[in-house]
Design a protein around this ligand. Structure first.
Ligand code: GLA
Ligand code: ZN
Length: 690
């Protein structure tokens, strides 16, 4: 498979570095000098600068101070460090908010925020855009030839929504375009005759509000789509000026970590406008979940970020070298976990390990957030040593840069589907858990070290053997046909309860669920039973099934009451009035087939189900071995080489028997045969020629 090459032509190696805020230390130049010494010791080669520097760059309207940034850029270059330069739009200066209140965001209750925090400006405000354009232009003009500049970091973690008058107008314009200036079309799409909601003039439309409209799901959905559209429009506005002045400097914006937080923005819409995808990774190690479970969640998000640009390596723009200041409990990473988590990012396709933050600030809310350099100011700390070790490992991975993976399996995780599921009232208000459900299906493969792409329903399915679409509640136009084609051509579909329910407008499909998936699954879902948290039903596996499964499994939360319309029944419910009805089916369709899992289940079922499927379809693993529990393997390749990352997410020492395979240890460059010992939380990166 092809090599994508490095992120920037100015730098061939893996990037290792941190968000750096020199503007906080301008009064203590000795600290800035010390940073240079420490960056070398930490084996860092990159800094991300300027995310929140606006008031240090434009101290008053039209009064600029670039001196400190000039010096920083020069100093970095002189010392062999690259700079990722941010546009400062993520946080505005106080003077601006006071002079131009329209730049402040209005929340859904229609109250305008006071100045405070960050990430809280109006994306529509012409004044904000004008100010952003001005500062971006000055930055781009000033540093366009600077040898240290390798990349633009546009703003910071775009998020949130604004309900001001300007945004309301923009929303209405967006709706007019979408509905061809035809209010009747909108009234139909939103099902407005319900509760007498018919609009008779465009001016009557308002964004959703806690004291206003919650009931029109079509409106809610379109508002969310508009928020993505408007945020992207703002991003594109920032992007344009940078591309005009520096067409050859690649550009990114850092996506949020936890999908719960970022669920307001559909990153698939952003991806085409980024040269490289980047994201901020803040795992919860040693917490309520086992480390292994947490690692599989991280793998899932890494894989989304890699899939966003069709497999192109991404950047882990932020991670904490120790704890955060915002997770409920700031548990320290146990020894070894820092390297493990960092290498996990590389294993899934990142070409960088970057941190928030280089140096702990002295004051304000992030003063206790983990950093490479602590308040003590020197290198003799556990964290510093672990960071420097990661830098050392990365320096040996230059050949991995630009390589990727071509999984045979894709799991669909789709933002619009998420919004629609979240909004649905029934069959349960709570515990619909779309994200968790997709992640659990993903884990079925992760546990076997089978590589997976995580895509949305608009992606090309044809390159996969298996398409997993858990809770595909919304099926957008054309998707049903594309899924049918995929299966007809030999693909295997796995879908579940609560799929094929609504169309693009959140209108229910008529003629029987799962709507456009009815033919391919060969079933009809007549009703769905929602169970209370403690209710348990069971399913009994039929003896002859193509997955070599047997016995009984629990069924909880959702039990779909389905009829086979041609599908083979692989399991039935054990009790209740739907005892004996199908709970798991397989429908042969063209050269392929579709599984329908009608009930929510525990990990045990998914684990056995996917083991059976992997065996039946002979799915490729990252490494062709049965790995001990707790050990995960990921693979990256190009035409010539294969790199395998073995990661032990358990505390126990484990041994991997390599059978007759021969590899090179990428840290020591020694040949390895026989077996590999992996300490608790240990890693090993091995390679071989293809
Ligand atoms: C986000 C931000 C950073 C920092 C970290 C703290 O990811 O982008 O500026 O606040 O959170 O974890
Ligand atoms: Zn606004």
């Amino acid at each position: 498979m092809k090599n994508y090459g490095p992120i920037s032509s100015k730098c061939e190696s893996m990037l290792h570095g941190a968000d750096y805020n020199p503007e906080q230390w301008l009064d203590t130049p000795e600290i800035l000098d010390e940073d240079i010494r420490l960056m070398k010791l930490a084996n860092c080669n990159v800094v991300a600068v300027g995310m929140f520097s606006w008031s240090s760059l434009e101290t008053q309207e039209g009064e600029y101070n670039f001196k400190w940034l000039d010096e920083l850029m020069d100093r970095m270059h002189k010392n062999g460090n690259h700079v990722i330069l941010a546009t400062p739009s993520g946080a505005k200066p106080v003077w601006m908010a006071h002079k131009y209140p329209e730049v402040l965001r209005v929340v859904s209750n229609r109250v305008r925020n006071l100045y405070g925090e960050r990430h809280n400006h109006c994306y529509t405000s012409p004044i904000y855009r004008e100010k952003v354009l001005n500062i971006n232009r000055l930055l781009a003009e000033r540093y366009k030839e600077h040898p240290a500049l390798i990349m633009w970091h546009v703003s910071n973690e775009f998020e949130g929504e604004c309900h001001c008058e300007l945004c309301q107008e923009a929303f209405k314009d967006w709706l007019k375009e979408k509905y061809h200036n035809n209010l009747d079309e909108l009234n139909k799409a939103w099902w407005c005759k319900f509760w007498s909601h018919t609009y008779t003039d465009w001016s009557q439309i308002e964004s959703p509000a806690p004291h206003g409209e919650p009931a029109l799901h079509g409106l809610n959905l379109d508002w969310k789509r508009f928020v993505t559209h408007q945020t992207l429009d703002f991003f594109k506005f920032e992007r344009r000026i940078l591309k005009d002045i520096t067409p050859d400097i690649p550009l990114t914006t850092n996506f949020h970590d936890f999908l719960e937080l970022s669920r307001g923005i559909d990153y698939w819409k952003f991806a085409p406008y980024l040269d490289v995808v980047s994201w901020d990774n803040y795992p919860y190690w040693h917490g309520e979940r086992t480390d292994e479970h947490e690692a599989s969640r991280r793998g899932f998000i890494h894989d989304i970020n890699r899939s966003l640009k069709g497999g192109k390596p991404f950047m882990m723009m932020e991670s904490s070298p120790s704890a955060t200041n915002w997770q409920p409990v700031a548990k320290l990473r146990r020894p070894g976990v820092h390297a493990l988590a960092s290498i996990q990012a590389i294993a899934h396709g990142s070409d960088t390990v970057q941190y928030f933050q280089w140096r702990k600030s002295r004051g304000s809310s992030e003063k206790f957030h983990g950093a490479v350099v602590d308040h003590c100011g020197h290198e003799n700390t556990r964290v510093f040593k672990e960071v420097s070790k990661v830098g050392d490992i990365l320096s040996k991975l230059q050949v991995v840069v630009g390589t990727s993976v071509e999984p045979e399996v894709a799991v669909i995780y789709d933002w619009e589907n998420y919004w629609a599921i979240d909004d649905a009232q029934g069959p349960r208000i709570e515990k619909k858990d779309y994200f968790e459900t997709c992640q659990k299906h993903y884990k079925g493969f992760w546990d076997m070290s089978i590589p997976v792409d995580v895509i949305n329903m608009d992606c090309d399915f044809s390159k996969y053997k298996v398409l997993v679409a858990p809770m595909l509640y919304m099926v957008r136009e054309g998707v049903g046909e594309r899924i049918e084609k995929f299966v007809k051509n030999g693909g295997t579909l796995v879908t579940t309860y609560w799929s094929g329910i609504v169309d693009d407008n959140d209108l229910c499909f008529l003629g029987g669920f799962p709507g456009p998936l009815k033919k391919v699954t060969g079933i009809w879902s007549e009703e769905i039973d929602a169970l209370y948290d403690d209710d348990i039903n069971h399913v009994i596996i039929e003896e002859s099934n193509n997955l070599s499964m047997k016995g009984e499994y629990e069924a909880r939360i959702f039990c779909d009451l389905i009829h086979s319309e041609g599908a083979e029944v692989l399991a039935t419910y054990k009790s209740d009035f739907y005892k004996g009805m199908p709970a798991l089916t397989y429908n042969k369709f063209g050269k392929g087939g579709a599984y329908y899992i009608a009930f929510r289940n525990n990990d045990e079922f998914l684990s056995d189900f996917y083991k059976g499927l992997a065996k039946r379809l002979n799915l490729n693993k990252a490494i062709d071995l049965e790995l001990p529990c707790g050990i995960n393997a990921q693979v990256r390749r190009d035409e010539k080489n294969e790199f395998i990352f073995l990661m032990n997410f358990s505390k126990e020492n484990e041994k991997v028997d390599l059978k007759d395979m021969i590899f090179i240890d990428m840290e020591t460059t020694e040949n390895i045969t026989g077996s590999i010992n992996l300490k608790g939380y240990g890693i090993r990166i091995i390679s071989r020629k293809l």
